[in-house]
Design a protein around this ligand. Structure first.
Ligand SMILES: *Cc1c(COP(=O)(O)O)cnc(C)c1O
Length: 392
């Protein structure tokens, strides 16, 4: 069958270049083919009825999806990986694989907004009780456990507000009641955080962000450990999930350069936050890689790098009009959702309706930035002229 070598003993950057590829299985071409397919033919009836063939039907996988799944499984140290057609689809799939009617799920109050929307609109109808918890809880999350708690959802740093979570402490507590631990690890990517090694069972990526990396495709990934893999794999098949081959191929292409892109996102972000910290219009910066960030110690312990997504508050007393003026005056930062591509983006942070446990100041004006691969000097000049325009 496959002559593909395991890359599990190699360093992360080497894995990114080699995992999931088997050139000699495809006439020596470096990359796997993009297989557009539904039907798979069998050589004879006996093979068809016994199913003794690698591929049976394209919904169940093809060489292109196998390549991305096996590459990510090696990178994440997973028993198996499934590719979903968006990050949110990956989250829904992962959650549904570990809860059933009568269960109770704990979700971090700082989870990505659409994750909350899924939990609030879909789970109650299935008889699942949803409870949000403060992201500051570590081992103390035990106090929220009920006999029917079967899943704990984490995300670090938190969407929009960037609080870190003590994921290993949460995972250790959850293990005592045999609950499944999930983590949305989109911010760090599997390169800078390895959730399964922190005790997480299901590690989720919005592949749309850094894996794809070019703002041109939507994908999601779920990496499972031994314990969680069987149920994830069964649900994926039963639900008829499938990701399109061209999109999966672009995910594979993005994966090969993840490390060099992230290194640059990280460097540019540090440079820009450093500049912002000296500006009188700017209050708190939200980025756990900064030494004075409240989550810095956890970040240093559990992560090996930081990405291009961060936020800042304007000083208190800044009006919404000034914040909007700043955003509208930027020329190099696009105004738009999503992130993880090569280009810089900015959005106003709107927490109303997105937090029910962790407090926030509704009058504070904040901006979320995605720092792209542009020259940071140009980005700084752009922000400087926008600040001047908004605050003069
Ligand atoms: C964007 C995002 C998602 C969802 O990914 P989509 O591909 O847009 O569905 C999930 N989690 C986080 C943290 C995200 O930023």
């Amino acid at each position: 069958m496959s002559s593909q070598k395991s890359t599990s003993a190699l360093k992360a950057d080497t894995k990114l270049a080699h995992a999931g590829r088997d050139p000699l299985a495809f006439h020596g071409f470096v990359n796997p083919p993009v297989v557009h397919a539904s039907t798979v033919l069998y050589p004879d009836t006996k093979t068809l009825v016994t199913g003794q063939q690698t591929y049976s039907y394209a919904r169940r996988g093809n060489p292109t999806t196998d390549s991305l799944e096996s590459a990510l499984a090696e990178i994440e140290g997973a028993a198996g990986v499934k590719i979903a057609n968006s990050g949110l689809n990956a989250i829904a799939l992962a959650v549904l694989s570990c809860v059933k009617a009568g269960d109770h799920i704990l979700i971090a109050d700082t989870a990505y907004g659409p994750t909350r929307h899924f939990a609030d609109t879909v789970l109650p109808g299935l008889g699942i009780t949803v409870e949000y918890y403060a992201p500051s809880l570590g081992e103390e999350i035990r106090s929220l456990f009920r006999p029917e708690t079967t899943a704990v959802f984490t995300e670090a740093p938190g969407s929009l507000t960037f609080e870190m979570q003590d994921v290993p402490a949460i995972a250790a507590a959850a293990r005592t009641i045999d609950a499944t631990v999930l983590m949305d690890n989109t911010w760090a990517s599997p390169l800078f955080c390895q959730p399964l090694s922190l005790g997480v069972d299901l590690s989720i990526q919005a592949g749309t962000k850094y894996i794809v990396g070019h703002s041109d495709v939507m994908l999601g990934t779920v990496a499972a450990n031994e314990r969680a893999w069987g149920k994830l794999h069964t649900l994926y098949g039963a639900m008829g999930c499938h990701a399109a081959p061209d999109d999966v191929f672009l995910g594979l292409r993005g994966l090969r350069t993840l490390s060099v892109r992230l290194e640059r996102h990280q460097r540019n972000t540090m440079e820009i936050l450093n500049w912002l910290s000296g500006r009188p219009e700017i209050g708190a910066l939200k980025y756990p890689a900064l030494a004075n960030d409240p989550g810095h110690e956890i970040w240093r312990r559990d992560f090996s790098g930081s990405s291009g997504l961060c936020a800042f508050d304007f000083v208190s007393g800044t009006s919404e009009e000034q914040a909007f003026k700043f955003l509208d005056t930027l020329t190099l930062f696009g105004l738009g959702f999503s992130w993880g591509g090569f280009e810089s983006l900015a959005i106003p942070v709107r927490l109303k309706g997105q937090r029910t446990v962790a407090p926030f100041d509704p009058d504070l004006q904040s901006v979320r930035l995605h720092i792209g691969l542009e020259d940071p000097e140009d980005l700084i000049k752009d922000m400087e002229q926008a600040l001047t325009e908004a605050f003069d």
